[in-house]
Design a binder for this molecule. Structure first.
Ligand SMILES: Nc1ncnc2c1ncn2[C@@H]1O[C@H](COP(=O)(O)OP(=O)(O)OP(=O)(O)O)[C@@H](O)[C@H]1O
Ligand SMILES: [Mg+2]
Length: 428
């Protein structure tokens, strides 16, 4: 009944691990509280793409095993050959853990799990067919079936083990897996279970059913928000990937351009680092982005578009109005793009709910800029200058160096001459 995608510590391959002391302490408190104080515990771990949720979960598995928990780390979306309804693998794995610690009644636990999976899989197609965002009775039936099944399986154990079940990537869970998570969270109120899930907040917000599942356990959940790494830990991660020290200037520059997002750090170092890299990332247009990083960013951002080109040319502090103007598109279209990028964690606004955006890491902007067709690039720089001349930009933030950058980017004889004059006088 073992599923390869349901992992325990021994099957997880780990590299080195940087930082996250506070997050691990919070997770350790959750584990300890649940059993010392007999409190139900649900652990929610949120963070944008590539920030390190999965890696943190792997470390939490370590913590849990050191505290003698049986642990299940379930990767949502991993292909599963044997069980048609995805969440069944969790029940199967839970049964396996319980059977192993229930002496002579292990067989009964396993049979019971098989029976439950069959019963649930009869309902699952109805649930999976139903509207993704609609609530329906199939969900409730599955939740209550799984809750009672979990209770019965625990009831069959002589001395029930402490169990942690962590679901990685709840934002992309199908309806059945969500129902299993809800059932686990409910069971955690009366059984020695800690239920946990990681998710990307922007994508979870886009789905009513995921938001409902998260809200349902918000009252009893401990919440960890995973942020990018600080400079010290970014450098530690880079050095552990390349296997040697990294020149301090280069290390700081790489931390700055990736904003400490671990997946970007892994990407920039994926082909090793040498001193030539110092020029590479110091320039606006890197001549070469490692193939692994290129694929990651393409997947993250989607295909280029004129609006994305405009945002890349602006570079930072852009809003829908200015992106629309530079791209010659209407504001609504620009707003749609910005919302999509923000939900994907590729752009951020400095203030919650703010309207002025930046790329989540300068490297993301650099990548987008490198994708702009050079023939359009000059024209877009020219449009930024025109917008500036009409005094339509947030002029306070528009510094001379940037203006010169746009003048040079426009690459017309008059703009190059103006760039020289501006640079000399220090005034736009
Ligand atoms: N603290 C860390 N120390 C070392 N490596 C890390 C750390 N955090 C993340 N990484 C590495 O960075 C990459 C991205 O991390 P991870 O896959 O955990 O991100 P994620 O938040 O789960 O992203 P996604 O939302 O796409 O699932 C991985 O290669 C991971 O091993
Ligand atoms: Mg992940």
């Amino acid at each position: 009944m073992h599923e390869p995608c349901v992992r325990t510590t021994r099957t997880v391959v780990r590299g080195s691990f940087a930082g996250r002391e506070a997050e691990l302490q919070a997770a350790a408190r959750t584990l300890d509280n649940s059993f010392l104080r007999g409190r139900p515990e649900v652990l929610l771990i949120s963070g944008h793409r590539g920030v390190g949720k999965t890696r943190l979960l792997e470390e939490i598995v370590n913590l849990a095993e050191a505290r003698e928990f049986q642990t299940i780390l379930y990767r949502i979306g991993a292909p599963r050959a044997r069980l048609p309804a995805s969440g069944s693998a969790i029940i199967a794995e839970l049964a396996r853990k319980l059977a192993a610690s229930s002496d002579d009644r292990g067989e009964s636990v396993r049979h019971f799990a098989e029976f439950t999976i069959e019963a649930i899989e009869a309902i699952a197609p109805e649930l999976l067919r139903s509207d993704r965002n609609g609530s329906d009775t199939a969900n409730e039936r599955i939740v209550s079936l799984v809750v009672s099944s979990i209770r019965r399986m625990f009831g069959l154990c002589q001395s029930a083990p402490k169990v942690v079940v962590l679901l990685d990537g709840l934002h992309s869970a199908d309806a059945y897996t969500l129902a299993v998570f809800e059932a686990l969270a409910q069971s955690a109120t009366s059984l020695p279970i800690v239920a946990g899930a990681s998710y990307r907040p922007g994508e979870a917000n886009q789905r009513q059913d995921v938001s409902n599942a998260l809200e349902a356990c918000a009252g009893i959940a401990s919440h960890i928000t995973v942020q990018p790494l600080g400079e010290h830990h970014s450098i530690g991660l880079l050095e552990s990937i390349v296997g040697h020290g990294v020149a301090p200037d280069l290390a700081r520059a790489l931390h700055a351009t990736t904003a400490g997002i671990p997946e970007l750090l892994v990407g920039v170092a994926s082909e090793g680092l040498d001193l030539a890299e110092q020029q590479r990332f110091g320039e606006m247009v890197p001549p070469k982005i490692p193939a692994q990083l290129y694929r990651l960013l393409e997947d993250w951002l989607g295909p280029p578009s004129r609006l994305m080109d405009a945002a890349a040319v602006l570079g930072h502090d852009f809003d829908a109005a200015i992106v629309g103007r530079v791209a010659d598109r209407d504001i609504a279209e620009a707003q749609h793009l910005i919302n999509r990028l923000e939900n994907a964690g590729a752009t951020t606004s400095r203030y919650k709910g703010g309207t002025t955006f930046n790329f989540a890491a300068p490297l993301i902007g650099t990548f987008c800029y490198a994708r702009v067709n050079p023939a359009f690039r000059a024209d877009m720089h020219q449009r930024v200058i025109e917008a500036y001349d009409r005094n339509n930009l947030c002029s306070g933030k528009f510094v001379v160096g940037e203006f010169v950058h746009h003048l040079l980017g426009a690459n017309r004889p008059e703009s190059v001459a103006r760039a020289l004059a501006v640079a000399e006088s220090g005034k736009a």
